[in-house]
Design a protein. Structure first.
Length: 370
């Protein structure tokens, strides 16, 4: 046995599944063969020329990046194109590339959670849970088959609510049908109006997984035509979300808090709005460009909101209600590299497989400050 690219894909699928990603994102395996064996991985925020050279010289078989190299589908993969050249180099050296982007932003223990943790926040939770992402599937099952159908739906990703899995609800009832001449009913006779005892089985499911769960239930359901309903529900998804919210163990002045952010994230300069004497305890964060979450941070009564790529008018809007801090895109995201490495190393240890995980030695931040 040995580790293959697919094992790393599976690890991310359990942690930050592809379906969670923003619909316009492009995440997952970008280059290479998922069956390739791996013994060395390089982790980076961005894939640049320098990073590909580093991967080649370290002889890694896989690069895991946060920002996808192939974000918009390129029209050609040619040497004279900056992206095409990197793809060709990776292919030539049989190096696979896997990217976990907004799916990692929206996961527990993802970018924003890691940022909250490194800044010393406690009681960390999502700033805003994922909305409009859940459905409910209701299926009518004859006696003796409920367990099998529930298991199949669970395996396909249904029934997860927070820290609970295999969640379902069942109620007994009576179904009716009239099968045509061509039918072959599992219970009762065709061309006869039948009443049968059935169980109504309901499970919550991410909308992105609905078709897979329906296929799984159909696979094990004994009926020719399983009856099922799909409802889109308005519940927010407690398992995934945007940004993170937490509290400092002790309140401190904004001035001290800014100093500690600079030290922890190793940033040269911070842009902020607010009064330096203002006391900070509840803190919202979002690694990378998270300005859209400003209203959520204010609604949660956060004293400060740390994110990046903040515009002038956003600072203006925030200035009377919250200390808004722009700590840099690269700086608020690079903190995820160590947690990724730790997960990969512990998965390899658990599988008793040799794996060397490198975090890139390069600072891929394109923004310079003097
Ligand atoms: Zn980013």
């Amino acid at each position: 046995m040995s580790l293959h690219v697919i094992n790393i894909i599976q690890l991310f699928e359990d942690w930050a599944p592809n379906w969670v990603a923003w619909e316009k994102d492009n995440v997952g395996l970008q280059v290479g063969d998922k069956q390739n064996k791996i013994t060395k991985i390089l982790i980076t925020l961005d894939v640049t020329k320098q990073i590909v050279s580093e991967a080649i010289s370290k002889k890694v078989e896989l690069i895991v990046s946060h920002h996808p190299l192939l974000f918009r589908p390129p029209s050609a993969i040619i040497v004279n194109d900056p992206i095409g050249e990197l793809v060709l180099q990776l292919a030539e050296h049989k190096i696979a590339l896997f990217s976990a982007h907004t799916n990692l932003d929206f996961a527990q223990g993802g970018v924003s959670f890691a940022l909250a943790e490194i800044l010393g926040l406690k009681n960390i939770r999502f700033l805003t849970p994922l909305k409009n992402s859940l459905a409910k599937i209701v299926v009518f099952v004859p006696d003796g088959h409920v367990e099998r159908v529930r298991n199949a739906m669970t395996q396909a990703g249904a029934g997860i609510i927070g820290n609970y899995s295999s969640c379902s609800f069942v109620a007994k009832g009576t179904g009716s049908f009239y099968g045509s001449k061509a039918s072959n009913p599992f219970l009762g006779k065709h061309r006869n109006f039948e009443f049968v005892e059935e169980t109504r089985l309901e499970m919550i499911v991410p909308r992105a997984l609905v078709s897979g769960v329906v296929a799984a239930l159909k696979d094990v359901h004994p009926y020719e035509e399983p009856a099922y309903d799909i409802y889109f529900v308005e519940n927010s998804n407690p398992n995934f979300g945007m940004g993170a919210l937490g509290t400092l163990p002790k309140s401190q002045s904004l001035e001290l808090f800014l100093k500690s952010i600079k030290r922890t994230l190793n940033v040269v300069a911070l842009r902020y709005t607010g009064s330096l004497a203002h006391k900070i305890q509840t803190v919202a964060v979002c690694g990378g460009a998270g300005s859209d979450l400003l209203p959520d941070a204010i609604a949660e009564k956060a004293d400060a909101f740390i994110t990046a790529d903040v515009r002038y008018h956003t600072f203006q809007k925030a200035s009377h209600s919250i200390a808004l801090i722009d700590a840099g895109h690269w700086e608020t995201e690079q903190i995820i590299l160590k947690p990724i490495a730790a997960r990969l190393r512990s998965a390899a240890r658990a599988a008793h497989e040799p794996l060397t995980v490198f975090i890139t030695k390069y600072k891929t931040n394109p923004i310079k400050i003097i």
